[in-house]
Write a protein that binds this ligand. Structure first.
Ligand code: SS9
Ligand code: ZN
Length: 343
């Protein structure tokens, strides 16, 4: 399987995130991508290629122009006032009130974000741009006939909406790739989100549409981030009704239980009959993950990959979460080789 990755994606390296009352070293670190690459190389998954640099057209199909411009410029504005720190939002608007875009930088950081876990630093922009380019190059390779491609997207994307960053995400790489498939002529694309956390950004982007089926298996939002969304009764909006499927699972979920949800997810995808499948691949369902509470082991990821291959679809894997750095390479590699072994 081909992998797409740019070293520019390593340039986003936050100093700290607000986690349960403490400023801790960022869980979402460049080391994650580096360790995945090391494992793919040592176990010979296949060639690793750099993304083709792209303009912003495909990004702007999903994200608001003002948001994209904000992300591109905010750090320089921040740096003039705070030369020694990352930009982190700390104030948000009141629920249900008119939300005017403030001119003030603290106001704008709050306006365009949903949490304080997602710092912005000098090279955040080149890293998130390269991550989106990675998704788009991998998407094109699938379009051109590769059975599967791994876009090692980092920073991840599934919590980002058209104009909100958070949950370590800025550009919704999976949404950008799904829209690119449609713009290249596909009629239906399915996104299978197997990250531990509900892909709230992806759901919000597509919830009123019937050309992208969004299926997410994740920790029950009653107990886990992102807390406000991801319940089973969210099934889509207006003409998107029936094209969102949430399969929340309790803390402590092991492979037996997970596998049944994956079967349900894959059955829904096959009824939808998409031309392409995008997998939002998070391995934070691993038992050793420091911020998650499922119980999958490394071998389970191989079975998961095999099961996903049974869908029989051209498949674009895009990286989302996974924070147990010692095992992240092995767990990702197992999904991808499990997939290939089933072919
Ligand atoms: C606050 C705890 C949750 C966000 C988790 C985002 C996971 C992305 N530090 N932080 S896959
Ligand atoms: Zn996650």
């Amino acid at each position: 399987m081909l992998t797409v990755f740019s070293t520019d994606q390593l340039r986003h390296a936050g100093r700290g995130e607000l986690h349960r009352g403490q400023l801790l070293p960022c869980f979402e670190s460049p080391k994650r991508a580096q360790l995945i690459l090391d494992e793919l190389e040592s176990r010979n998954l296949g060639e690793i290629i750099a993304p083709e640099p792209r303009g912003l057209e495909a990004v702007l199909r999903i994200h608001d122009a003002a948001y994209v411009d904000f992300l591109q410029t905010v750090f320089d504005r921040w740096h003039e006032i705070h030369p020694d720190s990352d930009a982190i939002p700390h104030t948000w608007n009141l629920r249900g009130t008119q939300s005017t875009l403030p001119q003030n930088i603290y106001g704008q950081l709050g306006y365009y974000s949903c949490d304080a876990s997602t710092p912005i630093m000098a090279d955040t922009w080149p890293a998130i741009k390269a991550s989106a380019d990675t998704a788009l190059t991998a998407q094109r390779l699938v379009l051109e006939g590769q059975r599967s491609v791994f876009g090692l997207t980092r920073p991840p994307g599934h919590h980002a909406t058209s104009d909100v960053f958070g949950g370590y995400c800025f550009f919704n790489n999976a949404a950008i790739a799904a829209q690119a498939f449609l713009d290249d002529g596909a009629e239906r694309v399915a996104i299978l989100d197997i990250d531990y956390h509900h892909g709230n950004g992806t759901q919000i982007i597509f919830e009123d549409r019937n050309d992208v089926l969004v299926v997410s298996i994740h920790a029950d939002p009653a107990e886990a981030y992102p807390y406000f969304m991801g319940y089973a009764n969210e099934t889509g909006v207006a003409s998107g009704k029936g094209f969102t499927l949430n399969l929340p699972l309790p803390e402590g979920t092991d492979w037996r239980r997970y596998q049944r949800a994956l079967e349900t997810a894959l059955a829904a995808i096959s009824r939808f009959a998409p031309e392409h499948l995008i997998v939002s691949l998070g391995v934070d369902t691993f038992a050793g993950d420091p911020i998650s509470r499922f119980q999958l082991n490394s071998n389970d990821f191989s079975i998961m990959g095999r099961q996903i291959a049974q869908a029989g679809l051209p498949t674009l894997f895009l990286m989302e979460g996974g924070y147990a750095v010692d095992d992240i390479g092995c767990n990702v590699m197992n999904v991808l080789t499990g997939f290939e072994e089933a072919l």
